[in-house]
Design a protein around this ligand. Structure first.
Ligand code: ATP
Length: 247
């Protein structure tokens, strides 16, 4: 594995409710500055992998029972999700999870809660609006009344307000029209290139994920069955047949 890994997942096993074995020894590595895609069908264990990293499993009666997770070389299993945010690791959950009764702008500001206020937060908000002009237009709207795409943008923008090194992005394409999916991935790419944010993203949409990612891991029933450079995976015959719907 590369020495400059920002995140390393070593042979992680996860069990839900003390009996349901869902991850059967997953290992992966995310280099600093990379975009890594975690691919696989519904139920393969993508969300569970992300939650095991950000320590969000306990709320769902899940537990890492083997293996380890390291952020910048430091084991993180003892940290809360909040501690992880302070260390620069933020998860954007599947289904977006905006606060419906808050406005878009209030939602974005909640992302900065670990930082204290100040003029810097205001400047960062303006920066988010440059990446997401749509959010600026909708800043006074209650999030619950905005579209699915706007809520996904809001969730990513909120994560950015924490000044993360690493964003764990769960299924950003879910429920969105293809054009909007493209737009969101383009912004992810810009945030990666211009702001230096590293991404680990879980996606069922293999095609779009591999076009924007550098590297991919394919999960099946809680195991990594294939991994490689994104270009190589996109042109791999097995990947084409089983995950891209064309052969
Ligand atoms: P999806 O895109 O549907 O989220 P996924 O690849 O992210 O798929 P997971 O959500 O990680 O998959 O789920 C992996 C397996 O773990 C599935 O079989 C699912 O039913 C099971 N599972 C997920 N959460 C729990 C839970 N809280 N308790 C028990 N089993 C769970």
């Amino acid at each position: 594995a590369p020495k400059d890994a920002l995140l390393r997942v070593n042979n992680v096993e996860v069990i839900y409710d003390h009996v349901i074995l869902v991850l059967k020894g997953v290992s992966l590595s995310v280099p600093e500055g990379g975009i890594v895609a975690l691919l696989g069908a519904n139920g393969a264990g993508k969300s569970t992998t992300l939650k095991s990293i950000s320590n969000l499993l306990r709320a769902e009666r899940g537990e890492v029972t083997k293996g380890s997770i390291e952020l910048l070389g430091e084991k993180v299993h003892h940290l809360t999700a909040n501690d992880l945010v302070k260390r620069g690791c933020v998860q954007v959950m599947e289904g977006r999870h905006c606060f419906e009764h808050l406005t878009i702008e209030e939602n974005l500001l909640t992302g900065a809660y670990t930082r204290g206020g100040g003029s810097e937060v205001k400047a960062d908000l303006e920066k988010i609006y440059e990446y997401f002009p749509r959010l600026k237009e909708r800043r006074k709207s209650q999030a619950g009344y905005t579209s699915g795409g706007e809520q996904q943008m809001c969730a990513i923008g909120r994560a950015m307000m924490a000044k993360p090194k690493l964003i764990l992005l769960d299924e950003p394409s879910m429920g969105l029209a293809p054009q909007l999916v493209e737009q969101i991935f383009q912004i992810v790419k810009q945030l990666n290139e211009n702001e230096g944010v590293t991404f680990l993203l879980a996606e069922q949409n293999t095609n779009v994920a591999l076009r924007y990612a550098d590297y991919g891991y394919i999960l099946e029933s809680g195991r990594v069955v294939m991994d490689g450079e994104a270009d190589a995976l996109l042109s791999n015959e097995d990947v084409k047949e089983f995950y891209l719907g064309l052969s």
